[in-house]
Write a protein that binds this ligand. Structure first.
Ligand SMILES: Nc1ncnc2c1ncn2[C@@H]1O[C@H](COP(=O)(O)OP(=O)(O)OP(=O)(O)O)[C@@H](O)[C@H]1O
Ligand code: SF4
Length: 272
């Protein structure tokens, strides 16, 4: 089994998981932004969305309603751009209707995740970013187990400045230590609101919690990402425009890119 996964993923140079202790902290947005920064830097990138009950990657990349093509060699992931530099796989592409819900027990979820690793033709990629569900559930335990023989580079942990999200992240850090998944660092999302008029950053909640927690656990603090309402607008306005002319172009002009590009450089430095 492990051999099949290792063989199927052998063209991928780096595997990075994105985790969060709590839902809604922006884990999928962070996975998407990391992918966009890496593509912008000239890399070939894949996103695997293993959030089986709440897949958000297809919507975020404007790919809702797209279908996965079944080739003789396996599932062809959905490409988000004409140049085929960003591809993704999600349960969302396999559901008849995007509002269908997946109510599966652990074994069925594990089988699906394994199939994503063995049956998707990922080909040659510089990076595979794996977006996970919130918390530490069956999906996390199985992905850590399935990837054991391919030595993933590690996990990026996403939190927000609120104390409750930080407490949940502690559990996530402990989980990584338990399954021996290296921790690449912590990102504090929704950290302050940048005024669209003067670019002054106002901290709506206490700030610095993510950094303090990273210090306490001896892991790197990768940086802060501000709240930027244009992120939601960017995603909502995605239509048939190509990724380069739509999402990537708008993204690199936004405040988020300014903050995130530095974070993405730190992640690259950690894995290369
Ligand atoms: N920095 C940000 N600025 C503005 N909006 C943001 C930011 N980060 C995330 N959001 C918005 O917050 C919402 C939740 O984000 P997202 O879906 O990425 O969270 P999540 O942690 O993956 O959630 P879950 O795993 O529970 O589905 C989305 O509408 C997203 O657009
Ligand atoms: S931060 Fe400055 S420009 Fe923005 S709303 Fe406040 S006072 Fe106005």
């Amino acid at each position: 089994m492990a051999d099949t996964i290792a063989t199927n993923l052998s063209g991928i140079k780096h595997i990075i998981l994105v985790l969060s202790g709590k839902g809604g902290v922006g884990k999928s947005s962070i996975a998407m932004q990391l992918a966009l920064c890496l593509v912008q830097g000239g890399n070939k990138v894949g996103i695997l969305d293993i959030d089986l009950t709440g897949p958000s990657i297809p919507r975020m990349l404007g790919l809702d309603g797209k279908q996965v093509h079944q080739a003789s060699s396996g599932w062809v992931p959905v490409f988000a751009d004409e140049n085929q530099n960003l591809c993704c796989m999600s349960i969302g592409f396999l559901l008849q209707n995007k509002d269908d819900s997946v109510v599966w027990r652990g074994p069925k979820k594990n089988a699906m995740i394994k199939q994503f690793l063995t049956d998707v033709c990922w080909g040659e990629l510089n990076y595979l970013i794996i977006d996970t569900p919130p918390g530490t559930s069956d999906e996390h335990i199985s992905i850590a187990e399935y990837l054991k023989d391919v030595n993933p580079d590690g996990a990026v942990i996403v939190t927000t400045p609120q104390a409750v999200a930080l407490a949940d992240v502690r559990k996530e850090l402990n989980f990584c230590n338990k399954v021996k998944l290296p921790i690449l660092g912590v990102i504090e999302n929704m950290s302050g609101f940048v005024c669209p008029h003067c670019e002054e950053c106002t901290n709506l909640f206490s700030s610095g919690g993510g950094e303090a927690m990273a210090q306490e656990f001896g892991v790197e603090f990768l940086g802060r990402v501000p709240i930027d309402p244009s992120l939601t607008l960017m995603v909502e306005r995605l239509d048939d425009t190509t990724l380069e002319n739509g999402l990537i172009k708008n993204y690199i002009e936004s405040n988020l890119y300014k903050a995130f590009n530095k974070i993405s450089d730190k992640v690259i430095a950690k894995v290369t």
